[in-house]
Design a protein around this ligand. Structure first.
Ligand SMILES: NC(=O)c1ccc[n+]([C@@H]2O[C@H](COP(=O)([O-])OP(=O)(O)OC[C@H]3O[C@@H](n4cnc5c(N)ncnc54)[C@H](OP(=O)(O)O)[C@@H]3O)[C@@H](O)[C@H]2O)c1
Length: 191
């Protein structure tokens, strides 16, 4: 069965966005979780999808211009993700959305459809976020791995990754790396 791998960047107090609705401490939104070789689909919640479309559409259409959130021109790794993502099926969990600008996008209406997607043949699936979707899919037992980038920062006000979590889950530590800038990379299996 395909694995569903959640990967998010958070502060030391588990904030995934600040009060303005973005994690403005993140320097670039590239795939620094080593996911690209292993996945062939992306899944995300309706809450984050408009911002995701806006960010990656801007990078695809104007690759030399500073981007919203980081305020900098995209890095080579962001350009690589933009190319990869445009060719990769995207699934958005939503009961309300019906149309998307991003190519290759389909809407899923229930957790059963996610369970069915995992049963289809293919590589693993990247759960991009946001906070509520990740918490609820972990609660539902649909997420197999959690990859976190922890930034050396107490975020303060803002949305926390596990704010909506309702069930306790054990985690199995699979990999720890210290990255430049005091960041930590943590890979967990969800048991
Ligand atoms: N730091 C990071 O790495 C990172 C990564 C990604 C996103 N983010 C942040 O996350 C924020 C969005 O997170 P969010 O928690 O507000 O929204 P979200 O998880 O992206 O989306 C929540 C929406 O998904 C739909 N949904 C349908 N079934 C659901 C279910 N079972 N559980 C949860 N959602 C379901 C609902 O939309 P309908 O009403 O349409 O049904 C719900 O309002 C963004 O603003 C972004 O800044 C951060």
């Amino acid at each position: 069965m395909r694995k569903l791998i959640a990967a998010m960047k958070m502060s030391a107090d588990a904030k995934v966005e600040g009060p303005e609705g973005v994690a403005d401490w993140v320097e670039a939104w590239s795939d620094n979780y080593n996911l690209m070789p292993q996945i062939d689909a992306c899944l995300m919640g309706a809450g984050m999808f408009p911002g995701y479309e806006k960010y990656w559409t801007a990078i695809r259409s104007e690759p030399n211009k500073p981007v919203w959130i980081t305020g900098k021109a995209p890095t080579p790794e962001e350009l690589a993700w933009g190319r990869f993502a445009a060719e990769t099926p995207h699934y958005v969990l939503s009961s309300t959305m019906t149309s998307a600008l991003w190519p290759n996008t389909r809407f899923l209406r229930s957790l059963d459809e996610i369970a069915a997607l995992k049963q289809q043949p293919g590589k693993d699936i990247y759960l991009v976020g946001g906070a509520r979707t990740t918490a609820s899919l972990i609660d539902a037992g649909l997420v197999d791995e959690l990859r976190l980038k922890v930034y050396p920062l107490i975020g303060g006000p803002g949305k926390a990754l596990f704010e909506a979590t309702e069930r306790r889950r054990g985690l199995e530590l699979r990999e720890v790396k210290q990255l430049e800038g005091g960041r930590l990379s943590l890979f967990y299996g969800i048991v």
